[in-house]
Ligand binder design. Sequence first.
Ligand code: ATP
Ligand code: MG
Length: 392
Amino acid sequence: MEHGRGTVLVRYGEIGTKSSKVRIDMERLLRDNLESMLASRGVDATVDHEWSRLLVRTDSPDKTDAACDAACDTFGVVSASPARSVAPTAETIYDALRDAAADHPDGATFAVRAKRAGTEDEHPFTSRDLEREGGSVVEAETGAGVDLDDPDRTYYVECRAEEAFVFTEKRSGPGGLPLGTQGTAVVLLSGGLDSPVAAWEMMKRGCSIIPVYVDLGEYGGVDHQARALSTVGELARYAPERDLSLRIAPAGDIVETLMSEVGATRMLSLRRVMLRIGEAVAREVGAHSVVTGESLGQKSSQTGGNLAATDVAVDLPVHRPLLTRDKTDIVDQAREIGTFDDSTITVGCEQVAPSHPETNATPEEVAAAEPADLLARADAVGRTVEVVAPDR
Ligand code: ATP
Ligand code: MG
């Protein structure tokens, strides 16, 4: 027999350290975002805010799993636990423990950890009582051994004045801050592997994103564009009800010019063009920055010196969330968040790269080798983007 309704306990972290006004706004947004996430996944549930955490109530216990997954994909959530919610009496708590022990893994040691809020007047038992008695209940049910120091499974009991929770799992969420608390950033999205991870990292810290793909004409390709659009679709899963339409900027003519008129610093000029396009879009949509998936030294255009030479082309800050990350680590994360794609395509700009690229150009050298109207052309391209909605 199943004891209790389906509930998911949702914990958040950094929000709790904010001043009360900021915290209240962030908590409200986290709750709204979680509700949207649940709705987008067809999980019928309500979200309450109690005791510095959120409680998701599902209409049936078998929906707690899906509700917990939704919570663990919501930015700002540190961890979540599918729980049994029961009346706060010793007997109902032990019944719930017995239920929870039904799927105890064979041979696994265990511990019961209980937290009882309130006073002895409210509850005629202490946390220690719950742990001791609860331990006997689980032991009788499973025959498993107790290990208080390093248990294979922990049975958690949280007993409040009106309600008690029993759970065995704490699943990790992304952490960070609720989406929508940190304004909007433009993300240069290439169809490659790094830039969607960079976008996700910004979203994790609360930033809404506007993705921009720069169409390199002959040097890009429909497959890159299609890949960029499909990664936007993956990112959109983390941002239900938000517009993540891809902006496609037609830069084929500019690339032609670079190919015929610029040599060793061509790639850096292309970077500058991309940043300027991003900046033009940012101005249009009111974004505060431009984000790239660049990582220090990953490519010749990403040496410290070259990043400096490209940044001076724009006034807005350029954020690079992956600056210090190793490729293997970025690949692992792409798999984890669902933006990884097995198919290998040559990134368009590799075909633009000169055979002997400049690795340490000064901004002056790059600018001097560039056609005088290059960046103005980039601005114009940034104002004529095509907007394409992703499949959700
Ligand atoms: P990615 O970095 O997305 O995996 P990549 O590593 O193959 O692709 P890089 O040459 O490292 O591509 O590009 C560096 C960054 O420049 C990308 O992370 C992305 O932010 C931006 N970028 C590159 N090409 C494009 C493009 N065609 N459209 C928009 N942004 C681009
Ligand atoms: Mg890269």
